[in-house]
Design a protein around this ligand. Structure first.
Ligand code: FAD
Ligand code: NAD
Length: 481
């Protein structure tokens, strides 16, 4: 006899645990199977995001940023800080504490919402049955009216630099260094490479980033990507573009190093590092998730095939988060989790995939939503641009946070905002007001007519919106009206 549920969720990351909570809120008898375990073999919910992703990386970004501020940025305020030191194990322990607070928080939320948490690895069988292999090797079977697959993603490995979890690590290992490596290599100038490269560079590592592509952050609006490269290079990241890694050799002995060979436009090269982070993207975790008889379709790269509503090829089987197409972002997965839960009870909830916000948590942060200028040019669409720099914003000056700008792009005919791109202090939080505005189809004029508190960093958004139509008050308008 198998335990019967209305919904069984496989995977308790942001997509899975949010889906499970929403299902339970909607009155569905829900279980969530999770294979991540603690030392007592109990399930740890929160997935990549809480355990080894969003949260721990931001904890280290915040700690390392404070260290830089104390060392270099206090002086301008008239504050002298001498003997500033970093205790790396203490910083890592603080991060671990935050992770544990948040993962236990999810457990409590499950309790409060009556979601049944089950420890073990889930596998979808035919007929919406789920086989759970427990950590002691025993096997149990669950059956459900609906199954939600939310098994997430894992780092991609590349043959020229195999992760040994000692000298060569992936993003998970890079969150656990107990001392600052003197020479740190990073393969991949993507989000993880730049965020974790920044952490260790701030703490004193000489960081070299090897990026295979010739373009830097090609998904980011070109003007901002250029500005970001300038700022990050000034901060000490040595970003080498067009650098294709061909091999790596870890030395023997006590103080191990790794020699990385790569080719770039000048030919073959070598670089020696004390640690090497491989951050070349992530892949869906669909292996051992589906029995051949389950009927669920995978694409060539292992993603579960779903439609816009996250329905798979099998009725009553859904999939969301990093396991399916689209950006691998926690908030995208969470929205999909809610949508699936509500669709199960017959609501017509949708996710607006055109307005997924993106953030790179370097300092300054880089955040964007909607279309870049490059995309609009390619689409042949006419648009107006308004931008405003933080260097002349009063609040940014007061905070000594003057790098960066806000750029708003609006349709030339309708004035509807098509994209917003921010590089600057608190860009992630500031961007959110533009996501809301765009969700309500705001025009640049609408934002210009909205009252913004003074003095705030957000006034930069206001002025950029005014500048779209040549009306910025506190800056020189490129577009005259
Ligand atoms: P996951 O979080 O990967 O969760 C999947 C869960 O399923 C895991 O707990 C796994 O153990 C479990 N599982 C897998 N297979 C099975 C099985 N067969 N049975 C039972 N359980 C199973 N995103 C952001 O939006 N903002 C950020 O700032 C950000 N920072 C990041 C930093 C780093 C270093 C990394 C690596 C990622 C970051 N991400 C960030 C991405 C974010 O973590 C993911 O997009 C998000 O966690 C995906 O959620 P998910 O629920 O789909 O999958
Ligand atoms: P990514 O796709 O952002 O970047 C990977 C980079 O590695 C790319 O620039 C790619 O060209 C490069 N690359 C690939 N193969 C290479 C090779 N052999 N040699 C050199 N360079 C190579 O991937 P990531 O940084 O690993 O992040 C994985 C996912 O996690 C992303 O999809 C991202 O959405 C998510 N994430 C998000 C955040 C955030 O939202 N702030 C933070 C971290 C991770």
């Amino acid at each position: 006899m198998s335990d019967k549920y209305d919904v069984v969720v496989i995977g308790g990351g942001p997509a899975g645990y949010v889906a499970a909570i929403r299902c339970a809120q909607l009155g569905l008898k829900t279980a969530c199977v999770e294979k991540w375990k603690d030392e007592k073999d109990e399930a740890v919910f929160g997935g990549t995001c809480l355990n080894v992703g969003c949260i721990p990386s931001k904890a280290l970004l915040d700690s390392s940023h404070k260290y830089v501020e104390a060392q270099h940025d206090f002086e301008v305020h008239g504050i002298t800080a001498t003997g500033v030191k970093i205790d790396v194990p203490a910083m890592i322990a603080r991060k671990a504490k935050i992770v544990s607070q948040l993962t236990s928080g999810v457990k409590q939320l499950f309790g409060a919402n009556k979601v049944v948490g089950i420890a073990g690895a889930g596998k979808l069988l035919a007929g919406k049955k789920v086989q759970v292999t427990k950590h002691d090797g025993s096997v149990e079977e669950l059956s459900a009216e609906n199954v939600i697959l939310a098994a997430g993603s894992a780092p991609i490995n590349i043959p020229p630099a195999p992760v040994d979890n000692d000298v060569i690590v992936d993003s998970t290992g890079a969150l656990e260094f107990q001392s600052t490596p003197k020479r740190l290599g990073v393969i991949g100038a993507g989000v993880i490479g730049l965020e974790l490269g920044s952490v260790w560079s701030r703490l004193g590592s000489e960081v070299t980033v090897l990026e295979a592509m010739d373009a830097f952050l090609p998904a980011v609006d070109g003007q901002l990507a250029k500005e970001a490269k300038k700022i990050l290079s000034k901060q000490g990241l040595d970003i080498k573009l067009g650098a294709k890694v061909t091999g790596s050799k870890v030395s023997k002995g006590k103080a191990k190093t790794v020699t990385v060979s790569y080719t770039d436009s000048e030919g073959e090269k070598e670089a020696v590092f004390d640690k090497l982070i491989v951050a070349v993207g992530r892949r869906p975790v669909s292996e051992n998730l589906l029995d051949d008889a389950s009927g669920v379709e995978l694409d060539k790269r292992g993603f579960v095939v779903v439609d816009d509503t996250c329905a798979t090829s099998v009725p009553g089987v859904w999939a969301c988060g990093d396991l399916v197409r689209g950006p691998m972002l926690a908030h995208k997965g969470m929205e999909e989790g809610v949508m699936v839960a509500e669709r199960i009870i017959g609501k017509k909830t949708q996710v607006n995939y055109d307005l997924v916000p993106f953030v790179i948590y370097t300092h300054p942060e880089i955040a964007w939503v909607g279309k870049t200028e490059e995309q609009l040019k390619e689409e042949g669409r006419e648009y107006n641009v308004g931008s405003f720099p933080f260097s002349i914003n009063g609040r940014a000056m007061a905070a000594n946070e003057k790098d960066g700008m806000v750029k708003i792009i609006a349709d030339a005919k309708t004035d509807r905002v098509l994209g917003c791109h921010i590089i600057g202090p608190s860009a992630a939080d500031m961007m959110q007001q533009m996501v809301i505005a765009m969700e309500f189809s705001a025009s640049a004029e609408d934002i210009g007519l909205t009252m913004f508190s003074h003095p705030t960093l957000s006034e930069t958004v206001h002025e950029a919106a005014l500048a779209v139509n040549g009306h910025a008050i506190h800056g020189v308008n490129k577009r005259k009206r």
